[in-house]
Design a protein around this ligand. Structure first.
Ligand code: NAP
Length: 266
């Protein structure tokens, strides 16, 4: 009753942690939470999650950070994926979470890393992420509307080590489901700090410029046939954006052919 009253009166709802996955010990985690039935979002969007903290004078405040939804809008639960940043104020809280703990979730969702931002249909869609930037793409890949628009999707995930190549079970499941109905999900992992066999090992701007990514994908990264999403490290976004704009991709709605959209992950 009290929780319901609070949920109605605030710009946030109060939810509970149902489960915590520890993907890489002490570093990469995801939490599964209950969801407010009125919470609406588009795949690829983010919201803010918050926790109570006490300042030096013992006053309670809520500290907020933005995270993309990993879950799809039609799932009953909410999922968020995060990295523990050494000495980070929010990470300190995230590293000590427990099941049944309450979490504040903003009722509003934000962001333009959504497929409705693309102004034209293209033959394929490239989803490029570094690190936890893959969060948004899992939600996008789970959504039927994505596959109604794009029959071939190339998911590129750049991480430091193989152990950080998370969400492979769900990626393979989506790949098999889509294959059965004639669609293609091409998953291209990249490990930059580990020389894993058969994988690409250099940063995204390098493998785009030297052609290794297109060769692995067996697909041209071409502005006429491709739409591209970028999510993750802000410097990666800047570099890849520059390369793609040189190749004819457009980020502005006014260009009428907007086929490149992106989101900084921090
Ligand atoms: P990361 O260190 O950014 O590494 C993930 C991948 O991105 C690696 O393959 C890395 O390659 C590549 N990369 C890094 N900088 C790049 C650049 N300028 N251009 C192209 N590729 C680049 O990601 P992470 O391990 O997920 O996150 C670690 C750090 O990210 C944290 O310590 C924190 O600073 C930041 N972060 C913060 C938040 C937040 O505050 N909410 C959220 C997520 C991440 P290399 O191995 O060659 O570097």
């Amino acid at each position: 009753m009290i929780v319901n009253l609070l949920n109605n009166n605030h710009s946030y709802s109060i939810q509970k942690i149902k489960n915590i996955n520890e993907w890489v010990p002490g570093k990469l985690f995801s939490i599964i939470l209950t969801k407010d039935k009125n919470f609406v979002f588009k795949p690829g969007q983010f919201t803010r999650i918050g926790f109570n903290i006490e300042d030096d004078n013992k006053n309670k405040n809520i500290i907020w950070r933005a995270y993309s939804m990993v879950s799809s809008p039609d799932e009953d639960d909410l999922e968020f994926y995060y990295v523990i940043v050494p000495n980070g104020q929010f990470s300190k809280i995230l590293s000590k979470l427990d099941t049944n703990q309450t979490v504040f979730i903003r009722k509003q969702s934000f962001g333009f890393l959504t497929i409705d931002q693309f102004q034209k249909n293209t033959d394929n869609l490239w989803l490029m992420a570094t690190g936890t930037g893959i969060s948004a793409y899992i939600s996008i890949l789970k959504d039927k509307k994505t596959w109604d628009r794009f029959k071939k999707i190339i998911l590129v995930h750049s991480v430091r080590k193989t152990e950080e190549l998370t969400y492979q079970t769900i990626i393979n499941k989506i790949k098999a489901e889509q294959y059965n109905i004639g669609n293609v999900l091409n998953y291209i992992p990249v490990t930059t700090k580990e020389n894993a066999q058969f994988l690409l090992h250099e940063r995204l701007p390098i493998i785009i410029e030297n052609g290794a990514l297109e060769e692995t994908a067996k697909e041209k990264l071409d502005y006429k046939s491709s739409s591209v999403m970028l999510c993750g490290n802000p410097e990666m976004l800047l570099d890849v954006r520059g390369i793609l704009i040189e190749r004819g991709f457009a980020t502005k709605t006014s260009d009428n052919v907007k086929n490149l959209v992106m989101e900084n992950y921090w």
